[in-house]
Design a protein. Sequence first.
Length: 482
Amino acid sequence: MQSGQGAKKVKKEPVKVREQDASGRSSSFDEVVLGYNEEEALSEAARCIQCKNPTCISGCPVNIDIKRFIYHITKKDYKSAYLAIREKNDFPSICGRVCPAEYQCRKACVFTKKGSPYATENAINIHFLERFIGDYGMKNNIAIPVQKNPELSKFKVAIVGSGPAGVCCAGELARRGIKVTVYEALHKPGGVLRYGIPPFRLPRDILDFELNILKKLGVEIVPNYIIGKVKGLEELLSEGFDAVFLGLGAGVPTFLGIKGENLCNIYSANEFLTRVNLMSAYKFPEYHTPVNIGKSIIVIGGGNTAMDAARAALRLQKMQGFKPDTSIVYRRTEVELPARRLEIQHAKEEGVKFRFLVQPEGFTGNDKGFVKKLKCLECKLGEPDSSGRRRPIAIPGSDFEMESDMAVIAIGLLANQVLTRVTPKLKTDKYSDVEVNKETMETSIGNVYAGGDIVGGEGTVIEAMGMAKKAAEAIIKRLLSK
Ligand code: FAD
Ligand code: SF4
């Protein structure tokens, strides 16, 4: 392989990814980003200088050998590129679409200017290359090496939750020959990938393809099954499972605690997105779950969830014949928005309005109990708080009102507690997240492991998968030592 570190001059401009036109795309839930074709992928891969010290790898939470897979692309050896990614990442087509690469691998690429949130423009578009290769592997049905160990075939492991953490752990164990059963509370597997992230960012056939690979490996997925209600954690262990992995996620919404928050047509982002994505409200009346869409929609928050809710709401307005009027209200400025930069750009292009430095104070409604207005205060930024971001300070007397006949609260999520509440031996922290040994991901109950958002709160898909892999390795080690 060539090595070019030191010569940090970008050879060419980054190759722009093809996308659906902004005005047309926001009337449907079809995928927005169309990805690279072969020529574009080759051109982008050629920009990588194959650094001696490829810093990008340490930026990836599962340490994909980025330099190697990009090298294979430059040689048009897409199969080797696919297998190189799959050594570390079970879901390249998913991660290539949803990973916040600008905060992970791309941020660590040598072409990133240090110290600015917008500094990744010249970094190699690692995520689009990963997506290209993931989709190539999918289209060409490239088989993944399975190393079943006969010593492990006598063991059974239960997984609770079928989000990225649960399904990743399931895949790791099943590929080594362990019998795996995944219990999922909802009627379809996938966790946030199914109920939270809309199809215009992650088409469902991609998720289904990845889940089918698990099924082919022999993983049994049991939907509509809540561990902690139908069956307890300790029952799973006493019924013959040798280990349990908890991938419960953080699905409990938080609220503002302001006046009028219980008025009709005010949703938590989770309820709104679940109705739209999981229950297919965007296909009403073909599917039976409607959402009451309004003329003036306000989404409160600034993360990925807020962007998804706003872009979904604006689409529903258009599809139902309303003039689009969806605004995001955020207490800080654009610089502090925690959402992925690409999602912010897409939301703007599609017509979502942004109201920065605005603090919601209370909702008012009509005599039928439906929300009509949001009372707000303007803010200015103060000193940085414990998160490192500048604190918003409300300006007294700056009150104003915004029209709002529908609102979505998207200000954060907490741990799912159905199971932890009824399992006192399972140690949790002050946020109700499950406590684990960080080396093995084992909880306070022997042979019970945990990972993903239920450990350490809301994170990313790839971080959840990273924890699941660590847990799977520890489970395998424990089982082999039995
Ligand atoms: P989840 O995905 O939450 O899955 C947990 C699963 O466990 C759920 O299906 C739940 O029903 C099930 N469950 C819970 N309790 C039980 C029980 N007792 N019995 C049975 N089943 C149970 N991350 C990114 O990297 N990129 C993005 O673009 C991005 N966008 C996001 C958009 C939204 C709207 C949200 C909410 C999150 C987003 N994230 C994104 C974060 C990411 O989705 C999460 O970090 C990730 O899904 C966590 O995976 P998990 O497996 O821990 O949990
Ligand atoms: Fe170097 Fe960036 Fe290529 Fe990684 S992706 S090898 S950091 S140029």
